[in-house]
Design a protein around this ligand. Sequence first.
Ligand SMILES: Nc1nc2c(ncn2[C@@H]2O[C@H](COP(=O)(O)OP(=O)(O)OP(=O)(O)O)[C@@H](O)[C@H]2O)c(=O)[nH]1
Length: 202
Amino acid sequence: MAEVKLAVLGGGGAGKSALAVRFLTRRFIGEYASNAECIYTKHLCLDGRQIHLEIYDPCSQRGKLLLTDELHWADGFIIVYDISDRASFAFAKALLYRIRESHVGACKKMVESAVFLVGNKQDLCHMREVGWDEGQKLAVDNKCQFCELSAAEHYQEVAAMFMKVLRNVISNFKVKEKRRPSGSKSMAKLINNMFGKRRKSV
Ligand SMILES: Nc1nc2c(ncn2[C@@H]2O[C@H](COP(=O)(O)OP(=O)(O)OP(=O)(O)O)[C@@H](O)[C@H]2O)c(=O)[nH]1
């Protein structure tokens, strides 16, 4: 079974929990506790392959950019901003920069393909502060994927976005498996064990 770790990162209130919970449960729940970080776990089948998925949802990230553990833990990243909050867009930009910086030396293409920039709260487009073209440009500049959606209203889009990230991560695994000497897999497990987090099953 493949183990995939995704980190959903973004500014405070951008909709990280809403996106993760929407994907995992199909439901949009209005309010989420923002004082606790957690890892949601789920088993799913993707293209006939069993996957044990872990989704890291940090507590409010206001001003928190270092994220050294998270950046090394995750196989893929969903960077969320709120289209009605320009500050969250600036934070997403800084996060994308951090991801690139922390993966210096790794295969550039693999890192880029495992990052998805998401402009959330598209239902609030009457209060829009960030244009679609700005999000698209930021994604092109960072060679990552991009979409705008609403965790509140678009379950299908949310699910499709998670599936795309998962597929890219899985194909990165295949490339890595071909390159990697066998010892490095157990080293990765050791690092994961050291980086223990609270786990929630959904
Ligand atoms: N209108 C609208 N509101 C949303 C959407 N997604 C999330 N929200 C709301 O935005 C607020 C913040 O959502 P959260 O999912 O808690 O955001 P977060 O990024 O996890 O927040 P922190 O944990 O505080 O960093 C909540 O009131 C949600 O109901 C959306 O697509 N549309």
